[in-house]
Design a protein around this ligand. Structure first.
Ligand SMILES: Cc1cc2nc3c(=O)[nH]c(=O)nc-3n(C[C@H](O)[C@H](O)[C@H](O)COP(=O)(O)OP(=O)(O)OC[C@H]3O[C@@H](n4cnc5c(N)ncnc54)[C@H](O)[C@@H]3O)c2cc1C
Length: 435
């Protein structure tokens, strides 16, 4: 897999899952289909699958690299509800009824991911211990207030783990209480997306790796995509290129802000990981720029964090994440990370996904940010519904338009905002105030 060309460093997932998935092979001749999907991340693969499950099988996916080479196969592996936009903000923007409805769709998507894993027998190391939000600031009252708001505003019931019970789940004095998200889980994201792609391939849907689309143009009856020497004609096109392309349809993609986050994985720690995270859960915390970590099945610890506009080297990522890890697990500042890597998420200014139709027959599913597993799966459902003539759910996303992200200046503005929010987090963790 040569995502390494755009990001140096091989991921643990690539090493663990073995050679690239070669499925349908590159697009090597001119072809036609009903729906052409550009981008073989979870958004593109889910859209193809949701179409197939509705009986639309004249579908092809074109991917620059291999399915899952982008964020979808390189991420933390947390499968949980919600959008990148904070739940409180979703409620403020939409009011209780609509916010509950749309947040509920992401909970349904978590269930759908699990259901498909079972239905298509995908071996992707599902860990049902769930996802825990751990309180970095030791502010029980605030955490309980958040739990109550989620129940009141979104019908979203989180289970409180009080601070006395926390050591049985995470062995670190760093945290106060925590909130468990029922139904959430963690898994191997690359095995997952490859498993879905393999199912599509077996069902006759072309999933073409090493087929970068260089141009899209209109034809009399639809669209034409140019990939290498070949041309793919389709009635409908779906653009799901994540944070990895800004050139194919600039009026839309100029709304994207590619933001990096980093992950590293230790060697097997001979029982230590089980002692550090006896609950087996995937953990993130209540800061703006939170750490995220989870145990892997063979006793390794996966550690992630940071948000940045910089594509750092694996060694730089190792150094940064080692420092972060030592703040949670004292004495582990010299831990060896076997692999360290990063990936691009794509964000819109409003932090909600961009879902819709830009022109007759040209659809898009972009900007899922750091909450992409459930929301890309949901996007696949909504896009497939709309393509099959039922656009009502997709239409709810029209209020979040592709606003220009500000180009290079926008990137620096974003980085400055992140530093500011990180500073506020640091101030608050020292003083218990600041927000
Ligand atoms: C390090 C990291 C950790 C994360 N952790 C989590 C997590 O734990 N839980 C969670 O829910 N979310 C997480 N996310 C976010 C989540 O991974 C993304 O939101 C989601 O995977 C986006 O999926 P996508 O299909 O839109 O994009 P991608 O997976 O990036 O897929 C886009 C694909 O399009 C292809 N492409 C681009 N241009 C072209 C072209 N011209 N022709 C053909 N193909 C093209 C790319 O090669 C790429 O494979 C994380 C992200 C990162 C980077």
């Amino acid at each position: 897999m040569n995502a390494d060309r755009s990001w140096p460093g091989i991921s643990h997932y690539q090493v663990e899952a073995g050679p690239d998935w070669t499925g349908s092979g590159p697009l090597s001749e001119d072809a036609e289909c009903d729906v052409a999907i550009i981008g073989g991340g979870l958004a593109g693969i889910s859209t193809a699958l949701s179409l197939l499950e509705r009986g639309v099988d004249s579908v092809r996916v074109l991917e620059t690299d291999q399915p899952g080479a982008g964020a979808s196969g390189r991420n933390g592996g947390f499968v949980f509800a919600g959008y990148s936009l904070a739940n409180d903000a979703l409620f403020t923007q939409l009011g209780r009824e609509q916010a509950t409805l749309m947040h509920g769709w992401t909970r349904d998507a978590v269930d759908l991911i699990r259901d498909r894993i079972n239905r298509y027998a995908i071996d992707c190391q599902v860990n049902d211990a769930g996802v825990l939000l751990a309180d970095w600031f030791g502010d029980d009252q605030r955490l309980r207030a958040f739990q109550q708001r989620m129940a009141d505003q979104l019908d979203f019931e989180l289970e409180l783990i009080d601070r006395e019970a926390m050591p049985s789940i995470i062995d670190s004095p760093r945290y106060g209480a925590g909130l468990m998200e029922p139904g959430s889980f963690h898994f191997h994201p690359l095995r997952h997306v490859r498993g879905l792609a393999a199912h599509l391939h077996r069902a006759g849907v072309g999933v073409h790796g090493l087929s970068p689309v260089k141009a899209i143009s209109r034809t009399r009856n639809g669209w034409q995509l140019t990939a290498g020497e070949s041309v793919l004609r389709a009635r409908e096109v779906v653009l799901t290129t994540g944070g990895y392309d800004k050139t194919l349809w600039p009026p839309l993609q100029r709304a994207l802000q590619p933001i990096a986050t980093y992950v590293a994985v230790t060697e097997p720690l001979q029982g230590l990981t089980e002692r550090l995270v006896p609950g087996g859960v995937a953990v993130y915390d209540t800061r703006f720029a939170f750490d995220y970590f989870r145990p892997l099945p063979d006793g390794r610890l996966l550690w992630g964090g940071r948000i940045s506009i910089a594509d750092r080297s694996p060694d730089a990522i190792r150094r940064l994440l080692r420092r972060d890890l030592a703040k949670v697990f004292d004495g582990l500042g010299n831990i060896e990370f076997e692999q360290a890597w990063g990936g691009w998420m794509s964000y819109a200014r409003h932090e909600m996904p961009l879902l819709g139709r830009t022109a007759e027959g040209l659809w898009h599913g972009l900007a899922f940010g750091g909450h992409g597993m459930a929301t890309t799966t949901l996007a696949g459902e909504l896009l497939a519904e709309a393509i099959c003539g039922q656009p009502a759910r997709l239409a709810r996303f029209a209020r979040w338009q592709p606003l220009w992200a500000g180009g290079a200046l926008g990137r620096y503005a974003v980085q400055t905002r992140y530093w500011w929010l990180q500073l506020k987090d640091a101030f608050r963790s020292q003083t218990g105030t600041g927000r």
